[in-house]
Design a binder for this molecule. Structure first.
Ligand code: NAI
Length: 342
């Protein structure tokens, strides 16, 4: 279920929904931070989806041109632009999926946590508006540090009395995309067949690929497991360093985020076979938030998959225990930030 590319799935001709209707544009998606490095290519990829009737682009600047440009693509969705706080509410009205890539990215030498001070406030403000204008929407948080911004979003939604833990997602799809790519490369596998679950969080050692649980089942030496795990954990930093001050992953991130949007729309549309890894409220471990594979349905998360965390390799068990203190601290930092705000 996890393996299709979003575009291939979405473009199957004559696919009927659970209502027996033709697959057609009907969902509204908003991107907050749409003029940014991730926002622009993400908007382009989403514009290709036949499931979307409206694509609302919001940013604090430069979004008019992005929308004018995209609106010339002859795909179904109508593209609208919204600039600045006064237009945020209108951007969000009636929206089914809100994607949040707003905020500053890393520069060489920075950790994701170094972004906390700026991005925490941005996410808080944006999620308040989501709570006021489209409390039923699926919320996809991309802004880093995801390990903290998702708990912040949860607190904000709780304060507003509209928190639905089944609809709040930290986007960790890029970790899965990277894991699939690197493993397929290393083992000469056909990419389409490869599906590596990635659990934990979205920063450094909190990113834990479960190579023992991947499809197809593949044998790795201890050394290969170690090398692949470390490469997947540091892949973001690989891009930050290669871009040398010009930002972090944007194109692969847009690809991954578009896949997660497409999966969400298929779930909303009644597809009963949609699974993605995401950082969500969770009772699979003793941590309140945790990334793991979830089954998506019309109301958000339909099921967690506890068996994914059973029968781990010794390496994975150790790595899981080792990541918990950092992940716990990042979660608590986010909660504390949101609770001390007026
Ligand atoms: P960017 O700087 O190119 O774009 C960010 C956009 O957000 C800009 O257009 C900016 O105007 C906008 N923005 C800033 N404040 C805003 C506000 N209050 N409301 C609305 N928009 C606002 O940054 P980029 O490369 O697009 O990265 C965005 C975020 O995504 C960063 O926090 C980065 O760390 C994160 N990221 C997350 C990944 C993940 O796997 N979850 C992977 C890569 C990046």
């Amino acid at each position: 279920a996890l393996r299709g590319s979003f575009a291939r799935k979405a473009q199957k001709p004559n696919q009927s929904s659970h209502h027996g209707l033709q697959l057609q544009a009907s969902y509204k998606v908003a991107i907050l931070g749409a003029a940014g490095g991730i926002g622009q290519p993400l908007a382009l990829l989403i514009k290709m989806s036949p499931l979307i009737s409206a694509l609302n682009l919001y940013d604090i600047a430069n979004v008019k041109g992005v929308a004018a440009d995209l609106s010339h693509c002859n795909t179904p969705s109508q593209v609208l632009d919204f600039t600045g706080a006064s237009e945020l509410g209108n951007c969000l009205k009636g929206v089914n999926v809100v994607v949040i890539p707003a905020g500053v990215p890393r520069k060489p030498g920075m950790t994701r946590d170094d972004l906390f001070n700026i991005n925490a406030n941005i996410v808080k403000t944006l999620v308040e508006a989501v709570a006021d204008n489209c409390p039923d929407a699926f919320i996809h948080v991309i802004s880093n540090p995801v390990n903290s911004t998702v708990p912040i979003a949860a607190e904000v939604l709780k304060q507003k009395g509209v928190y639905d833990p089944k609809k709040l997602f930290g986007v960790t799809t890029l970790d899965v995309v990277r894991a699939n790519t690197f493993v397929a490369e290393k083992k000469n596998l056909k990419l389409i067949d490869v599906d590596v679950p990635v659990i934990g969080g979205h920063a450094g050692i909190t990113i834990l690929p479960l190579l023992s649980k991947m499809k197809p089942s593949v044998r790795f030496s201890d050394e290969e497991v170690e090398q692949l795990t470390i490469r997947i954990q540091n892949a973001g930093t690989e891009v930050v360093e290669a871009k040398a001050g010009a930002g972090s992953a944007t194109l692969s991130m847009a690809y991954a985020a578009a896949r997660f949007v497409e999966s969400s729309l298929r779930a909303l549309d009644g597809d009963g076979d949609v699974y993605e890894c995401s950082f969500v409220q969770s009772d699979l471990t003793d941590l309140p938030f945790f990334a793991s594979r979830v089954k998506l349905g019309r109301k958000g998360i339909e099921a967690m998959i506890p068996s994914d965390l059973q029968g781990l390799s010794e390496y994975e068990e150790k790595a899981l225990e080792a990541l918990k203190p950092e992940l716990k601290a990042s979660i608590e930092k986010g909660i504390a930030f949101a609770q001390k705000q007026p």
